[in-house]
Ligand binder design. Structure first.
Ligand SMILES: *Cc1c(COP(=O)(O)O)cnc(C)c1O
Length: 358
């Protein structure tokens, strides 16, 4: 009997979520972002469902791009961070990948490469995020260089927003983009999940939604997407494998970080930080047990955690536990642990088996 923890992948939710994105961006093509092993959901499990209705897949690891191609995906694949060394161009050429270009050295490398066919490139503008991309005043000359290269067949403008999910919005960065492209006419690909949902003026020819495909909120707050029709694509579940009856003053787990205030039944759940559950989740982090909402008590340890069974007196060894999923949104667990659904989903550990629900 294996450990009872599993991550169930809801393929119907993925299909639904892509349709929701289509409704929000009816005239744009969609790069389904599947970096970080499809945000923890397993690239090899998700791509067929998403591929039925997406126009391409975006990711950043060459090995994942090759896996996707070799699994049978024949459509476009975009490398979001471009390539890391000139030698990568051999695989980009062989597997017909579209690549971001964010520096002069990359243009130089493309100019000098021996390719079977010219590349589609995404010219990346740094419009204020200050991670990757050409500075606004460098964009024009990068574009002039790129469009003269025989090794480049098409150019799309790419940029990325820092605050599309927050009060600052996209106004400042959109102004930078408009100024930098005043004399450049290129198709655009600007919008992440938050911009796709909340700033339709950014949508352009292509959008790049990630986290909403998996049914989590780009803002970290489930309420912000509750009315969209997006559905959680993953349920992380386990079971109770032990019960303790505590008396007042009894303490629990590493560091004895929790002490019972009175008689209390607690359950031991087969899930710990080595499964991807956040170790820093404090006492009080929500957990769904036996059909009701309860919470963690004490420290999360490597392979186990403890939960209050006061609201679910029928719970016993073998009772089902949902760590996050359809009843308990990953955003709510993340908020209690001081992080985002992005981090929890992508941290799902390799040792947790993924069960695909057709
Ligand atoms: C991760 C990523 C996205 C998707 O972001 P979400 O917030 O998950 O939608 C889009 N574009 C780039 C460049 C990214 O790195």
């Amino acid at each position: 009997m294996p450990r009872p923890i599993t991550a169930t992948l809801h393929l119907a939710a993925l299909t639904n979520n892509l349709q929701v994105v289509r409704r929000f961006a009816p005239s744009a093509k969609i790069w389904a972002v599947v970096k970080a092993n499809a945000y923890g959901h397993g690239l090899q499990h998700v791509w067929r469902s998403l591929g039925e209705n997406s126009d391409g897949f975006a990711l950043l690891d060459l090995a994942e791009a090759v896996l996707l191609r070799e699994s049978g995906w024949q459509g476009p694949i975009l490398l979001l961070e471009g390539f890391f060394q000139p030698a990568d161009l051999m695989l980009i050429d062989r597997y017909r990948l579209t690549t971001a270009v964010n520096s002069d050295w990359q243009l130089q490398a493309i100019a000098e490469a021996r390719l079977q066919a010219p590349l589609d490139v995404y010219l990346k503008l740094n419009s204020g995020m200050n991670r990757l991309g050409f500075a606004p005043e460098q964009l024009h000359s990068a574009w002039l260089t790129a469009k003269e290269l025989r090794n480049i067949s098409s150019i799309t403008l790419m940029s990325h927003f820092a605050t599309a999910d927050g009060a600052e919005g996209v106004t400042e960065q959109m102004a930078v983009i408009e100024r930098a492209t005043a004399a450049i006419d290129l198709p655009r690909c600007l919008a992440n999940s938050a911009a796709t949902l909340w700033h339709p003026q950014t949508q352009g020819e292509w959008v790049r939604p990630g986290v909403i495909l998996y049914g989590a909120s780009p803002s970290g707050n489930w309420q912000d997407i509750a009315a969209t029709g997006l559905q959680p694509a993953m349920t992380l579940s386990s079971k109770i494998i032990g019960i303790q009856q505590l008396q007042a003053g009894d303490r629990v787990g590493y560091g004895w970080r929790y002490a019972a205030g009175g008689a209390q039944r607690i359950g031991v759940v087969a899930c710990g930080y080595a499964d991807g559950y956040p170790r820093h989740a404090p006492t009080g982090t929500p957990v769904w047990v036996d059909g009701v909402l309860t919470h963690t008590v004490g420290s999360v340890s490597m392979d186990m955690m403890t939960v209050d069974l006061t609201p679910c007196p029928q719970a016993t060894i073998g009772t089902d536990v949902e760590l996050w999923g359809r009843h308990l949104h990953v955003d709510d667990v993340a908020a209690a642990a001081g992080t985002l659904g992005y981090e929890l989903l992508t941290a799902l550990a390799a040792r947790v088996p993924i069960v695909v629900e057709e």
